[in-house]
Write a protein that binds this ligand. Structure first.
Ligand code: ZN
Length: 194
């Protein structure tokens, strides 16, 4: 906690004054342009990767950047998606996977998750991705998983409505921790941009 307390003091001393105008505006406005769905992994920092400021990204982070397909009944991920799309009107939705993902590694390599039943149950949302991928191929599973979550996103009524009205664009990315490279995926799962 000592480090966090020092971090807060540093933020208030150095960062906040330098962006005082931005924070004054944000005090009464919340209009992010992008819904960013990434992994909870501590090494994947959305604002850092995208060079964005506070207020730009509405962020959902889950283990394995998984987005369960729409089902009747509410859950936290669905509520956040609906709020970002219907209330805030984000124009882009990014699902960002990453290299060396613990969740995808556990699935690709068939790790024993019997001691982590909540993790095991949550990762079932990647069953379709795993079915399309050769066992042991973590990078392939990371890519397939991003594409599968884009498909799951489209099952959420708020997203389906925004897609039909051409008000939102879905994007699939893979972030490489070691190089800082971000690869954009096509529907087929191959890279389209460096
Ligand atoms: Zn991860």
């Amino acid at each position: 906690m000592q480090d966090l307390a020092e971090g807060i003091a540093r933020f208030q001393r150095d960062v906040f004054p330098a962006k005082a105008e931005l924070f004054a505006r944000l005090a009464t406005q919340h209009s992010p342009h992008t819904l960013f769905i990434g992994c909870s992994d501590a090494r994947v920092v959305p604002e850092l990767i995208t060079g964005t400021e506070p207020g730009d990204l509405f962020v959902i982070r889950t283990a394995g950047n998984l987005v369960p397909a729409h089902t009747p009944g509410a859950d936290g991920v669905a509520a956040s998606i609906e709020y970002a799309v219907s209330a805030l009107g984000v124009r882009d939705i990014v699902v960002c996977g990453h290299s060396a993902c613990g969740a995808m590694t556990a699935l690709a390599q068939g790790h024993d998750l019997s001691g982590a039943p909540a993790v095991a149950a949550w990762l079932r949302h990647a069953d379709a991705s795993r079915a399309r991928t050769a066992a042991g191929d973590v990078p392939a599973l990371v890519r397939q998983n991003v594409l599968a979550q884009l498909a799951n996103l489209a099952t959420h009524p708020s997203v389906a409505r925004a897609l039909a009205g051409r008000r939102v664009t879905l994007r699939g990315w893979v972030y490489d921790i070691g190089s800082g490279h971000v690869e954009e995926l096509t529907a087929a799962g191959s890279p389209v941009a460096a």
